[in-house]
Design a protein around this ligand. Sequence first.
Ligand code: 9MR
Length: 358
Amino acid sequence: MPHTTAAHRRRASRPLPLVAVGALVAAAVALPQLTPDAFAATTLRGYADGRGVRIGAAVGDSPLRSDSAYTTALDREFNSVTAENAMKWDAVEPSRGGFDWAAADRLVAHASAHGQGVRGHTLAWYAQLPSWLKNGNFSASELNTILKSHIDTEVGRYKGKVYAWDVVNETFNEDGSMRGSLWQDKLGTGYIANALRWAHAADPAAKLYINDYNIEADNAKSDALYALAKQLLADGVPLHGIGFQSHFVVGQVPSTMKANLKRFSDLGLEVSVTELDIRIPLPASSDELAQQSADYKTASENCLGVARCAGITVWGVSDKYSWIPGTFSGYGAALPYNESYAAKPAYTGLSNGLDPTA
Ligand code: 9MR
């Protein structure tokens, strides 16, 4: 998607009236083709296109296949998608060397049909590992081979179709120490540089990210990530971006978020909000929904106000399928659409965050 050119920005920020569009399409073979990203400026993706950034949503395979209200909202509003689960290790390589691409391919095909980019999620993570891998008791050298082969195969398969990969996910504890995981415990911190190098070799054009939660504020965890990122860059490792998941509680967008994202951007790295949702204790009051709207605006502006912000992804489209109630008992209502696909105040907050004139 040509989302950064000045010509594109001009085209997308001033959409033609429908009558004029019709006349153009009828009259002109030689005029530039209308592209799928020329969406009404008043949709989220219209605003994002106008700014040359991504507005994404995490997509579940089940609603993608079965819920047309879901796909209607997804395709109207978002110019980027992330596989909520379909590209994780347990989904893709359920047995050693035995790959199942069905759900991941479905999402990539859907994205391509709807003018959406794909964020790849995720390659080296402690969770959602298949049991053959978790319980295999592999030596360090075997594990190294297994990780390389998984990355070669998955990144290679989607070469040119995934614009950014969360290569490494959730690798720190809250106090900034390295989190124990299959990879960390057996391979040491060096697995991170290796994973990034292997991913880069498999798709040199994809932007490669380290992604984590509770790193939005300036704190011990983000300090540790900052030090690691700086070291990786000094070592010439192909790290291109930091993903700030941004799973927030209503009223608690960290006050240091923008300055914190800026320090990573100042290293020359892209910054992206990758999993934004803002949970509310249920039932949500109208005051809380209004606060959530303000929080969506603040969180998106905290990224978009930083030079190298590449975009914002929300972790789901509607409250109907959000992971929040299943994990945080008593909380929910975290996304821009409610369970019946009515836009909530949060939608307006996000939209205003993307609209440079709001
Ligand atoms: O939303 C995902 C949920 O459907 C899965 O059950 C869960 C399993 O770990 O993972 C969720 O997505 C996580 C993401 O991959 C990484 N950051 C935290 C997200 C929420 O748990």
